[in-house]
Design a protein around this ligand. Structure first.
Ligand code: HEM
Length: 617
């Protein structure tokens, strides 16, 4: 997993004299004071001490190595935004620093990426500059939390954000131009008090002003400094929303419902604050942000996350995989014009990596234990179930192909290729099922006491709700409409199972094919027992003429083995259940193991077994 810092800054070693260029005062400039050190000045006013990490890629990379950071996504600083300047000046300023950012990235050995800046006072020009930068290799844009007296719900800014979503550009919102400067002239209060308030204002304006309702859900927007004071004061905002109509704004839902629409960085400098932030925002929506290399940035980047009491998988998300997903680094195609700017985890279209092809980072993000503090064995419980579901998926994939082959065989009884192919695929299904029977032993390394320690957190989730297991049963021919009731909470699963109920099963197509071959005569008026007997005799006729029916016998043998292995699966599951919860009821409301024992008699292809009885006659 790559560690990705999404909030850090740079200044070029030098840039043109903007005051002289535009003929207006108070533009930022850099004053080099001694080797490796400089001051940022705004006109005659001292603004900030900086050092060579701002412009020297070697220094930057060495410090990234020191702190275990793989990738930095750098942005310029808000002092360069120029939102209050004439458009042409702000645009030229943006051009200069956006190109300088890419020059720095080009020397970053694939470990430096950039966010651009845009003249946000003019949404059209901002959209154009964003598109130019995205083509040139930027990953997105850093914007201020307001433009003069326009907050982020301003229609022009919303138009720009819409454009960001269309371009797939990540947006980092940075507080700037802090409120009430006359009351915060000293003690860095604009940074410690003003910035958190500005950021909160940006988020609240977007929520209550209805911006999130207007913007597409694929907008990737992140607020710096942990979202400022937002998370801590969300309860207050929600309370006002509930009890004061005037506090409703124009948003469609309560403020807390919008938390899932944005992310925040981790720059909060206190482990308790970070843990609270993760609990409020959700573990997928917090990303490492350091504010490096400024004095107020994190010293020992990532140490706050690493030293927190958050579970290991959540830490991994915060340190890198959340940002990789947010920035689109996993699926992104390298910019054709700037191949040297690709990062190690970017999957170039012609150059897949192991991780990008297999979606390993996303896969490793999918384990979310519910126990707090996390119980060690819950990870095993989740991973074992997920592995079963993956194999169920493969089984469905293969069995669907078997059905398709047998349908073709039924349509053309003289062709044998499809019968061989069906047998080949069924062999795979039996081997997979054999692994699935064995796999329960891994879960049996969990003590019953350990399972009981977190079992309460799982209710009412139950194996009854395994959509794919039920699909497998329906696909093979065991269709029980009553089982649909467990899928009412998930309409897609319900609809998929209804579809499986309607479609011909493997059992149906097997006997349709035998009918087409003339092995089975179907009497629609016969009772169930006689129909069953006719099907068993059809199987019998195959086995009696081995020389002519080898391929079909192979299919029948594989199906018999599959049936047998599924019963073994049921039995091993029951043994596991008894070992772990004894005779307790299930979380799905059944009587537990005594209910499950009733399922042991279920067979997909009883005719294959019946034929064996007939053979011995
Ligand atoms: C500690 C381990 C486990 C326990 C205690 C357990 C318990 C149970 C119980 C009691 C039921 C009956 C339904 C209910 O009332 O909830 C059930 C059903 C089920 N379980 Fe498990 N289970 C465990 C592990 C697994 C695993 C690893 C899988 C793998 C996918 C699994 C898949 C299923 C399925 C598919 C059903 C529905 C079976 C049917 O309807 O025939 N279970 N489980």
């Amino acid at each position: 997993m790559s560690v990705i810092d999404i909030h850090n800054h740079f200044f070029p070693r030098e840039w043109p004299d903007l005051a002289a260029r535009f003929g207006t005062p108070n533009w930022p400039w850099i004053k080099h004071t001694e080797p490796g050190k400089a001051e940022i000045m705004v006109g005659d006013r001292f603004f900030r001490h900086i050092y060579s990490a701002c412009w020297d890629p070697e220094v930057r990379l060495a410090e990234m190595d020191r702190d275990g950071v793989d990738i930095q996504v750098l942005s310029a600083t808000p002092v360069l935004f120029a939102y209050d300047r004439p458009l042409e000046h702000a645009l030229e300023c943006a051009n200069i620093f956006n190109d300088a950012a890419l020059d720095l990235c080009a020397q970053g050995k694939g470990r430096l990426r950039a966010l651009c800046q845009v003249p946000l006072q003019d949404p059209d020009a901002a959209c154009k500059e964003l598109s130019r930068c995205m083509r040139a290799g930027h990953l997105g844009v850093q914007i201020g939390n307001h433009v003069g007296d326009k907050n982020l719900d301003d229609p022009g800014i919303v138009t720009f954000l819409h454009h960001c979503a269309d371009e797939g550009a990540a947006v980092l919102v940075h507080p700037w131009d802090m409120l009430a400067p006359q009351r915060m002239p000293k003690y860095m209060m604009p940074w410690t008090v003003g910035m958190p308030a500005e950021t909160q204002l940006g988020i609240v304006a977007m929520i209550l002003g209805g911006a999130f309702d207007k913007l597409p859900a694929n907008l990737k927007i992140c607020f710096a400094h942990g979202g400022g004071s937002f998370a801590f004061l969300l309860g207050r905002l929600e309370n006002a929303w509930k009890h004061h109509p005037v506090a409703h704004g124009v948003c469609e839902k309560p403020p807390s419902a919008y938390v899932e629409r944005f992310s925040v960085d981790s720059a909060v400098f206190d482990t308790r604050a970070l843990e609270f932030l993760v609990a409020t925002m959700g573990p997928e929506r917090v990303m490492l942000g350091s504010d490096y290399p400024f004095p107020l940035g994190e010293h020992g980047i990532g140490s706050l996350i690493r030293s927190s009491a958050l579970p290991q998988d959540v830490k991994s998300g915060l340190l890198g995989s959340n940002a990789a997903a947010f920035l689109g680094l996993l699926a992104q195609k390298a910019s054709a014009g700037a191949p040297e700017r690709g990062t190690p985890i970017v999957a170039k279209s012609e150059q897949l990596t192991y991780s990008s092809y297999l979606r390993v980072p996303e896969l490793l993000e999918l384990q979310h234990p519910q126990s707090k503090p996390q119980h060690h064995d819950e990870m095993l419980f989740i991973i074992v179930h997920q592995t079963y579901e993956l194999w169920f998926k493969e089984l469905l994939h293969d069995l669907d192909a078997v059905v398709a082959n047998l349908k073709t065989a039924a349509a053309n009884p003289s062709s044998r290729d499809e019968v061989y192919e069906a047998a080949r695929l069924l062999r795979r299904c039996t081997e997979i099922t054999r692994v699935l029977v064995e796999q329960f032993t891994i879960l049996e390394t969990m003590l019953p006491t350990h399972f009981l320690a977190f079992r309460g957190k799982l209710e009412p989730a139950s194996g009854f709700q395994s959509e794919q297991f039920r699909e497998l049963e329906f696909l093979c021919g065991l269709k029980d409409e009553k089982m649909l009731r467990y899928h009412r909470p998930t309409p897609e699963a319900h609809a998929q199972l209804e579809r499986r109920l309607r479609e011909p099963s493997l059992h149906d197509v097997l006997f349709k094919a035998l009918q087409a071959m003339g092995k089975l005569k179907v009497d629609e008026n016969a009772n169930d027992r006689d129909k069953m007997s006719a099907r068993a005799h059809a199987i019998l006729s195959l086995y009696r003429d081995e020389r002519s029916n080898r391929d079909w016998i192979d299919v029948c043998e594989r199906l018999t083995e599959f049936d047998e292995l599924v019963v073994s699966w049921r039995l091993r599951h029951i043994q596991l259940v008894e070992r772990v919860i004894g005779a307790r009821m299930g979380t799905g409301g059944s009587a537990g193991s005594s209910y499950l024992k009733l399922t042991l008699d279920k067979k997909f292809f009883p005719e294959l077994w019946e034929a064996r009885t007939l053979l011995t006659e």
